[in-house]
Write a protein that binds this ligand. Structure first.
Ligand code: DX5
Ligand code: ZN
Length: 229
């Protein structure tokens, strides 16, 4: 993975056909996705359950680019090796998932993955200030995690604070929740470069009819990049 601050669209397969993840990932990439975002939920840290490392490993061969695994689980540490072995490129843990995020981030890098830290909407930017040299990505949740298709919560002030905290470090700012062509410019303007989008990418299409995925991805990208026009 090389670092850049260009806008990257990361479709969340939470909004894809759960019986067809491999083909959905391949279709999203063929239609212009930069990363594939994989939402792992445990029914404990968040009030919903999705899947674990075996599913990530099964999906991996169908993704050519970056597999971005968002762990909405608690505890995290006991599962890091399994998710790393599943082929994740980025492993993101929530700062709210336990008392030892520092140890968790060390373990993620030691397992050979890029390390991400995610912040719920109620967690301030200052909570990650002492972690800047041990992360490759900060994920700003713009919904309360657990479900796709929720309304965007404006976290622009937090994104700007993180952007200045990061300075010239090679750290991505990822936005997760309610990203669509209307909200993408707000977060891009504030300094985000990775835009996760579930419903706004997968709506209107299917593996048999993937063209809408491409239209949706292009619409989000154009809206985000329009900020710089
Ligand atoms: C929410 C997940 C998101 C979700 C985004 O808990 O982390 O990745 O899939 O879905 P949309 O884009 O529909 O808000
Ligand atoms: Zn996510």
């Amino acid at each position: 993975m090389t670092f850049d601050r260009a806008i990257k669209i990361a479709p969340s397969i939470l909004a894809a056909d759960f019986a067809n993840f491999g083909a959905e990932c391949a279709a999203a990439e063929a239609q212009g996705a930069d990363w594939i975002h994989v939402d792992v939920m445990d029914g404990h840290f968040v009030p919903n359950i999705t899947f674990g490392p075996a599913t990530c490993a099964a999906i991996r061969p169908h993704i050519k680019g970056v597999m971005d695994v968002h762990l909405m689980i608690s505890p995290v540490d006991a599962y890091i090796d399994a998710f790393a072995q599943s082929g994740a490129d980025v492993l993101t843990a929530h700062i709210e998932a336990g008392p030892h995020i520092h140890r968790t981030l060390q373990a993620i890098r030691a397992a050979g993955c890029k390390a991400g830290v995610a912040l719920n909407p109620g967690t301030p930017a200052s909570a990650v200030e002492d972690l800047m040299d041990m992360v490759d990505l900060v994920c700003v949740m713009t919904v309360n995690p657990g479900f796709g298709g929720q309304k965007f919560i404006d976290m622009t002030t937090k994104i700007k604070a993180l952007r200045s905290m990061i300075g010239d470090r090679p750290v991505h700012i990822e936005i997760d929740g309610g990203v669509d062509p209307k909200t993408a410019p707000l977060v891009a303007q504030a300094g985000a470069d990775v835009l996760v989008a579930g419903s706004a990418v997968f709506k209107g299409g299917s593996v048999q009819n993937p063209a809408p995925y491409g239209e949706n991805i292009r619409a989000i990208r154009a809206a985000a990049e329009g900020v710089w026009a």
